[in-house]
Design a protein around this ligand. Structure first.
Ligand SMILES: *[C@@H]1O[C@H](CO)[C@@H](O)[C@H](O)[C@H]1NC(C)=O
Ligand SMILES: *[C@@H]1O[C@H](CO)[C@@H](O)[C@H](O)[C@H]1NC(C)=O
Ligand SMILES: *[C@@H]1O[C@H](CO)[C@@H](O)[C@H](O)[C@H]1NC(C)=O
Ligand SMILES: *[C@@H]1O[C@H](CO)[C@@H](O)[C@H](O)[C@H]1NC(C)=O
Ligand SMILES: *[C@@H]1O[C@H](CO)[C@@H](O)[C@H](O)[C@H]1NC(C)=O
Length: 352
């Protein structure tokens, strides 16, 4: 057993020696577009270098007597597996090498999106499926597909595959249709992302406008309690949105109001012509559903006190008139002659 461990140590040390090759590879970039030029530098810090060379499928440089640096210049990168190798020969006959990892990329030729596979308009709550096809892109592991809906990115897909040559890829979006989706644009976008490289311009598909059928949604969904007063009208607002457009119907607390039913049919806003208190209800409906909202109209407190005050004033007036009548009307009346003559006699006899 100890023998095996000892052998393992030797093997590891051996590898470490070759990776400590005193070679330095540098390039302005490690990411290059297919068919673009590419350049790199090989240099060595050792003073024992006899010569160096580049081995590369594109633009290799044969062993030369350079001892400090050697440039590699490729006019057009056409190898998806490009992996330039710089080797150094020392005076003592040793040789070592270093490789430069390069990523060769190609933006997609086209990105296309198919509309939802479901026939006709989408229905709120139901799932739909859309597909985005990306043609001829490399390398696929640096591909990001973003699905945009209006101003937001709703889904991002990446691909964990090692193929470095161009491939076709599809991204599938599965979502439940939402009322707010109606009228928004949806599209997909493909781009390649590399560390330390500025974002490349994404390629977009054409966009598709979603149409979603949904049941009515009130602008103000809460039930309302309103105060009716003599000097201001109450407004019952039942406005709702929905696809198709909702239709409205009203229920009244008082039978008397049902007479002008035709006039208020299918009106989202109701301004009752006379303030009758009670609970009104409004129903907004379309092919997708029905929603009901309640309005409670109360007589205002201020009006009740005004009314009470008015009643008080009239009652007081009535009492006054009645009492006044006793004093000023009965004397001329015929039902109490005895009392009248007594009263009439008193003032006439007084001053005289
Ligand atoms: C390679 O190195 C030399 C000397 O340092 C420099 O002049 C040249 O611009 C470098 N070329 C590249 C492609 O880095
Ligand atoms: C990608 O799709 C195009 C068009 O359908 C086809 O011509 C091409 O061969 C496909 N490429 C690959 C790598 O499958
Ligand atoms: C739904 O979207 C369509 C298409 O943009 C638009 O014409 C319609 O007014 C929208 N309807 C509602 C109720 O939002
Ligand atoms: C490409 O993507 C892979 C996986 O996300 C990542 O590890 C790699 O660094 C990327 N390549 C570059 C050059 O950024
Ligand atoms: C409105 O009132 C009705 C009946 O009282 C009730 O069923 C409903 O939940 C209420 N709606 C809201 C949004 O409060």
């Amino acid at each position: 057993m100890w023998v095996f461990i000892f052998c393992g140590l030797i093997a590891f040390t051996g590898k470490a020696v070759s990776s400590s090759c005193p070679v330095k590879l540098s390039s302005p970039t490690s990411v290059v577009r297919y068919k673009d030029p590419f350049s790199a530098n090989c240099s060595s810090s050792s003073d024992q270098v006899e010569g160096m060379g580049w081995e590369s499928t594109n633009g290799g440089v044969p062993l030369s007597n350079e001892s400090t640096f050697l440039a590699l210049n490729i006019d057009s990168v056409t190898d998806w597996h490009l992996k330039p190798l710089c080797f150094i020969n020392f005076y003592d006959g040793d040789q070592c090498a270093g490789t430069l990892p390069v990523t060769v990329y190609k933006m997609p030729d086209s990105v296309s999106m198919s509309p939802p596979s479901e026939m006709g308009p989408l229905v709120e709550g139901k799932k739909y499926r859309m597909q985005c096809d990306i043609f001829n892109v490399a390398p696929v592991r640096n591909l990001s597909v973003h699905w945009h809906k209006g101003n937001e990115i709703v889904y991002t897909e990446t691909f964990d595959e090692s193929t470095v040559t161009p491939v076709n890829k599809s991204s599938v979006l599965r979502r439940a249709a939402h009322a707010d989706d109606n009228g928004t644009q949806i599209w997909c976008e493909a781009t390649l992302k590399f560390f330390g490289v500025p974002d490349l311009d994404p390629i977009q598909s054409k966009s598709h406008g979603l149409i979603v059928l949904y049941s009515p949604i009130f602008s103000k969904p809460e039930n309302e309690t309103l105060e009716a007063s003599a000097d201001s009208q109450v407004t019952l607002n039942c406005t709702a949105r929905g696809n198709p457009m909702p239709e409205y119907s009203w229920q009244f607390p008082h039978p008397i109001q049902r007479t002008d039913k035709k006039q208020i049919k299918n009106q989202p806003i109701l301004t009752p012509s006379f303030q009758l208190t009670g609970t009104y209800s409004c129903t907004a409906s379309n092919t997708q559903g029905t929603k009901t909202k309640y309005f409670t109209v109360n007589g205002a407190k201020r009006d009740r006190t005004t009314f009470a005050a008015l009643v008080g004033v009239f009652t007081a007036l009535g009492v006054l008139l009645f009492i006044g009548g006793l004093y000023f009307v009965t004397p001329e009346g015929t039902f109490s002659l005895l009392k009248g003559s007594y009263l009439r006699g008193k003032p006439t006899s007084g001053p005289v």
